[in-house]
Every structure is written in structure tokens, then in C-alpha cells.
Design a protein around this ligand. Structure first.
Ligand code: GDP
Ligand code: PGA
Ligand code: MN
Ligand code: MN
Length: 591
């Protein structure tokens, strides 16, 4: 097939990869529907994809990945910098030379007998000054059709790139899906990603975590911007004014849900609305007005399926109704549709589970869908998508929110005292682990800025970069912390969450405009009981008190854990953050 570009930088690199992987055929992805359709048909022929009921799910497909390949694997993910300290103690590290050598052994001849697909893609709206271009070479049609949803692909990207050498070189090969030879290598110093022996989205859709977070965070350090694990949403008030919030929660801690939130009825009646700009990743830059402006570099949602339903997140559900791909959910054999836990109360009886075994949802005790099963859906399908979501200039951010799953310790919400204090709060973010990454679930771990698995360099330098951005921005956002996941003694959530989180967002936005009250507590500003609107909410005053209580002994415990965490990161932690830690310790010792 003919090359789609005459860019010699691109051709030199693709020739190298062709010589290494030795595919039988090479196909440039031009982004046309004809070509994509042909690939979808081919994948249906081999079973890689299954076409769903076209009346109920037009343009939708079903896919399963191998049992041991259903989540990001942090122990297989490496940052390969020439100097080990530049990757830092929170990342796995390999010397680039060794990683390339190992990669070359695995990729050598790995596409023999297979077709290689070359996908040009843009992260960010086509041609926006925020946007960046990447290529993904892959031997998987699932990857091609998923990248078509998650990013902007094809010929138009090459037109924007022209002869430039500024692009990320991504190579993915399924190889033989051998878990022992599974690696996700990042080479930030040469804009390169090599991922082998996996077919799970988070490891293989290279535009997402690998480029838009790990490589981009490194680019951001060098170029003075930020790549963050954040949703972006707009809150429209009854006057029609829209304020934007960016929020960082670890994987499977509520970003997609918050991004698409529907306000409680009392707010809807008054005319409040929430608009989605992005649900997972934000690229942030300081503009001339001294504010932080954000774009969503993605074009689709890669959302957690279980728990998504018409009550919890109708907007996400609507987004999956056409041109979506479902991975590792249950498959209803009677009508070629999909099902997952808590979709509705009517699980199919004649179905296949996420591993392809016969499954009766009414009888089986096993789960039909894997807890980290996902949908891949075009953002433009989302009923509440913001009209600014593809704005090349991005949207101005008024507030940044950090949050995680904490059964105790962290209150429902608090506000930091300053940018520096906010960076401290973000750097000490902690959350119980979830099924989004392989490993034990429910263990509290520190996950700074929800970026622990995604910081493409030394975490101490990353904190320094955050402080630097605050110094450069004359009008930076206010920084907050939330926790929707406080539990009682029986382990039940005491805050209703979901749409009612709007009540907390209202306090946050009002704080940014000095319109709502708070009391100064040892950890920052906390709303007084009367500052959170509980009208129409089934919650007792005692529960709200509980939600806003600072228990000094559990905070002291947390401080110990923070000290250990900081010690592990080591000498590159900025002194300002130790000052904040000492302030917290001294404040706690006074109560
Ligand atoms: P993301 O991976 O960060 O985008 O998280 P999701 O929005 O997909 O949510 C992950 C899980 O957390 C799902 O099972 C949701 O139902 C659940 N979740 C999201 N928001 C809330 C909330 O406000 N309260 C509670 N209790 N659960 C939530
Ligand atoms: P999530 O995205 O944050 O929506 O879970 C995938 C991931 O972080 O692995
Ligand atoms: Mn994520
Ligand atoms: Mn999500």
C-alpha cells in the first residue's frame, strides 16, 4: 500500500519498525469510514470483534481481552530515562538501551504473517495550539477502531504535521499476549512508547495514558505546561454564566460520573446545568490573563461499565448507544446486546460472561462483567457535552479538586489556603486501590494528584513543577479536596454522592467568588453545616457533622504515612512542601 505521507522523519521510523516486526502487509489508516468498516468486518470474521444488535446498538461492537489482561499493569510499566533518578522512585525504571534491546527481541518478527496498521492521531482538537501528534503502529484492529473513538485519526492529522519531526512514536504489538513478556516502555527523552503482549485498552491505546499522561507530563515539564489525570466540567448558573472545574481522582474513583453529573431537581428547576468537557485527562496551560486554561486531549470516553446505569449516569449510558465498543462485559446471546452489574435488575439468562463462558445472570453467583470492564464511546454522543469541548483555546479553570476513596480521615470537602498548600494537599492525596489496575483492591495508598501511575518523571520534580506553575500564574485556580466515599461502622457510604455532589460543587464555586462561608480548620477551610445546601436531601445533621469532622488521631496517623511517602520520594521534594507538612503537624498538635 502507498505511504500516506512524504514526511521523511515519519517514513524513516516506520521503515525501521517494519524491518523489525516484519509484517506481511502494511496499512496506513486514513480515517475514512470505508476503511474502518472494512476493518470492522474483518475483525468480526476472526472473532476479534462481535457486532451488536444494530437496532438497539447501531455501530456498536463487543470485544473480550484475555483473562490475565483486563487492567493496567503498573508492575509492567516502565519509564526509561538515561538517568535512573529522572524516573524517580515511584516509577519502574529501565535503562533505555536495555529496554530497547529487550523490546527488539520481543518485537523481532512479531508481525510476521500479520498486517501492520499505522495510525496517525492528534491529541487535542485538530490544529489547536494545545494539540500534539502521535503515531501508533499496531497489529490489532481493536486498537485501530478504538483509537478512532478515543482520538482524532487519519489523513487530516498528517496534513497538520507536514514535514515536522515533532510527533510521538508509538509501537504496540499483541505478540503472543504472554504475560511474562508484557511491557509498557516509555522513553520520554525520545518521544517513544513500546507496548507488547497486551490487548487491554489502558496498556495499548497509546494516545491515552502512555502519551497524554506519561509522555505529555514530561513534555509539560520541559515546555511549561501540565498534563493531568483530570476531568473537566462546566457549571452553568441560572444567568447563563459557565465556570469550569478540573478534578483529579484516581482510576475508578468517580471522574466520569462527576464529569457528567445531573444536578438535583431543586437546582435544575432554577436553571443550573453541568456540561462535560472531558472525563479523564486535562492539558493545562497558563494564558496571558494569568489563568490556567484546559483542553481535553481525547475524543472519547473509556469508561468503567459496572455501576453505569440510567440513575447513576444516564449521560454516559446515552453516549454508549451508538458507535461504541464494549470490552469484557457480559454478552446477551438472545438479542446480541450487552449487560453488566447494576445496569438494570434484569440480567440476561442466556448469556456469555466476560470470559466467554455460558452465563445465566439470574442463577450464576459469578459476575457477568469484569469489575474493570469498559465502554469506549465517542464524546460527541454525550447529551451534556459542552459546546466548548473542542475549543482550540480550551476553557478557563476556576477550581481544581483532588479526591479519592477514603473510608475515614478525609472530610467531604475542604479548601486549601493557597496554591502552595493546595499542591501539598494534592501531593499527599491517598485512595483505596480499585480494579482499574491489577493487584489488591481496597488498600489505601498515596496517589499524588491521582497521577502515581502516570507521572512520566521524578515525582519530586513533578511537585516542583506544580509549584512553579502556581508562581507563574497570576490568577491560578483555588484548590480543594473532596471525599465522596466516607463510610459508617457498617461500611456503608454516608454521603449520597453522584448528582448530590453538585451541592459540594456549588460551595466550591461560591468559595472561588467569595460568596460562601467556611471555618478555618487545621487542614484548611471547611464548610460550616449551614454552608452546604441540604434542601431535599435525606441526610441527618449528625451525618453531615460526621462528614465534616476532622479526627485528629487519624490525621496524625496520616501525617506519619505522608512522612514515609515523602521520605521514599527523597531529596527532590521541594522544601515548600515540607513547610506545609510541618504546619499541618503543628496545627494538629494544638487540638
Ligand atoms: P473514574 O474511573 O474515575 O472515571 O470513575 P467512574 O466515574 O467510572 O466511577 C467508578 C466507580 O465509582 C463506579 O462504580 C461508580 O458507580 C462509583 N462512583 C462514582 N461516583 C460516586 C459517588 O459520588 N459516590 C459513590 N458512592 N460511588 C461513586
Ligand atoms: P479511569 O480511566 O480513570 O476512568 O478509570 C482509566 C484508568 O485510569 O486506568
Ligand atoms: Mn484514568
Ligand atoms: Mn472514567
Amino acid at each position: 500500500m502507498q505511504n500516506l505521507t512524504s514526511n521523511l522523519n515519519v517514513l524513516k521510523w516506520t521503515d525501521e519498525i517494519i524491518a523489525l516486526t516484519k509484517p506481511s502487509k502494511v496499512m496506513w489508516i486514513d480515517g475514512s469510514e470505508e476503511q474502518l468498516n472494512m476493518l470492522r468486518e474483518e475483525a468480526c470474521g476472526t472473532g476479534e470483534l462481535i457486532k451488536l444488535n444494530h437496532e438497539k446498538y447501531p455501530g456498536c461492537y463487543y470485544h473480550r481481552s484475555q483473562k490475565d489482561d483486563v487492567a493496567r499493569m503498573e508492575d509492567k510499566t516502565y519509564i526509561c530515562t538515561s538517568n535512573k533518578d529522572d524516573a524517580g522512585p515511584t516509577n519502574n525504571w529501565k535503562n533505555p538501551e536495555d529496554a530497547y534491546k529487550l523490546g527488539r527481541e520481543i518485537f523481532d518478527g512479531s508481525m510476521y504473517g500479520r498486517t501492520m496498521y499505522i495510525i496517525p492521531y492528534s491529541m487535542g482538537p485538530m490544529g489547536s495550539p494545545f494539540s500534539k501528534i502521535g503515531f501508533e503502529i499496531t497489529d490489532s484492529i481493536y486498537v485501530v477502531v478504538s483509537m478512532n473513538i478515543m482520538t482524532r485519526i487519519g489523513k487530516k492529522v498528517l496534513d497538520v504535521l507536514g514535514d515536522s519531526n515533532d510527533f510521538v512514536r508509538g509501537l504496540h504489538g499483541k505478540c503472543n499476549l504472554d504475560i511474562d513478556k508484557r511491557y509498557i516502555f516509555h522513553f520520554p527523552e525520545d518521544n517513544t512508547i513500546w507496548s507488547c503482549n497486551s490487548a487491554y485498552g489502558g496498556n495499548v491505546l497509546l494516545g491515552k495514558k502512555c502519551f497524554a499522561l506519561r509522555i505529555a507530563s514530561y513534555q509539560g515539564l520541559k515546555e511549561g505546561w501540565m498534563a493531568e489525570h483530570m476531568l473537566i466540567l462546566g457549571i452553568e448558573n441560572p444567568k447563563g454564566e459557565v465556570k469550569y472545574i478540573a478534578a483529579a481522582f484516581p482510576s475508578a474513583c468517580g471522574k466520569t460520573n462527576l464529569a457528567m453529573l445531573i444536578p438535583p431537581e431543586l437546582y435544575r428547576k432554577k436553571g443550573y446545568k453541568v456540561w462535560t468537557v472531558g472525563d479523564d485527562i486535562a492539558w493545562l496551560r497558563i494564558k496571558e490573563d494569568g489563568r490556567l486554561w484546559a483542553i481535553n486531549p481525547e475524543a472519547g470516553f473509556f469508561g468503567v461499565a459496572p455501576g453505569t446505569n440510567n440513575k447513576s449516569n444516564p449521560n454516559a449510558l446515552m453516549a454508549t448507544k451508538k458507535n461504541a465498543i464494549f470490552t469484557n462485559v457480559a454478552y446477551n446471546l438472545d438479542d446480541d446486546t450487552v449487560w453488566w452489574e447494576r445496569l438494570d435488575n434484569n440480567p440476561p439468562e442466556n448469556a456469555l460472561d466476560w470470559q466467554g463462558n455460558p452465563w445465566n445472570g439470574k442463577k450464576s453467583k459469578e459476575k457477568g462483567a469484569h469489575p474493570n470492564s469498559r465502554f469506549t464511546a465517542p464524546a460527541k454522543n454525550c447529551p451534556c457535552i459542552s459546546k466548548e469541548w473542542e475549543s482550540p483555546e480550551g476553557v478557563p479553570i476556576s477550581a481544581i479538586i483532588f479526591g479519592g476513596r477514603r473510608a475515614r480521615t478525609a472530610p467531604l470537602v475542604y479548601q486549601s489556603r493557597s496554591w502552595q498548600h493546595g499542591v501539598f494537599v494534592g501531593s499527599t492525596l491517598a485512595s483505596e486501590t480499585t480494579a482499574a489496575a491489577s493487584g489488591k483492591v481496597g488498600v489505601v495508598r498515596r496517589d499524588p494528584m491521582a497521577m502515581l501511575p502516570f507521572i512520566g518523571y521524578n515525582a519530586g520534580d513533578y511537585f516542583g513543577h506544580w509549584l512553579e506553575m502556581g508562581r507563574k500564574a497570576s490568577n491560578p485556580p483555588e484548590i480543594f479536596h473532596v471525599n465522596w466515599f466516607r463510610t459508617n461502622d457498617s461500611g456503608e457510604f454516608i454521603w449520597p454522592g453522584f448528582g448530590d455532589n453538585f451541592r459540594v460543587l456549588e460551595w466550591i464555586i461560591d468559595r472561588c467568588e467569595n460568596k460562601s462561608g467556611a471555618e478555618e480548620a487545621v487542614i484548611g477551610y471547611i464548610p460550616r453545616l449551614e454552608d452546604i445546601n441540604t434542601q431535599g436531601l435525606d441526610i441527618t445533621e449528625d451525618t453531615l457533622k460526621d462528614l465534616l469532622t476532622i479526627d485528629s488521631s487519624s490525621w496524625m496517623e496520616d501525617v506519619k504515612n505522608i512522612e514515609e511517602f515523602y521520605a521514599k520520594i527523597g531529596s527532590r521534594i521541594p522544601a515548600e512542601l515540607y513547610n506545609e507538612l510541618n504546619k499541618l503537624k503543628s496545627n494538629l498538635s494544638k487540638i
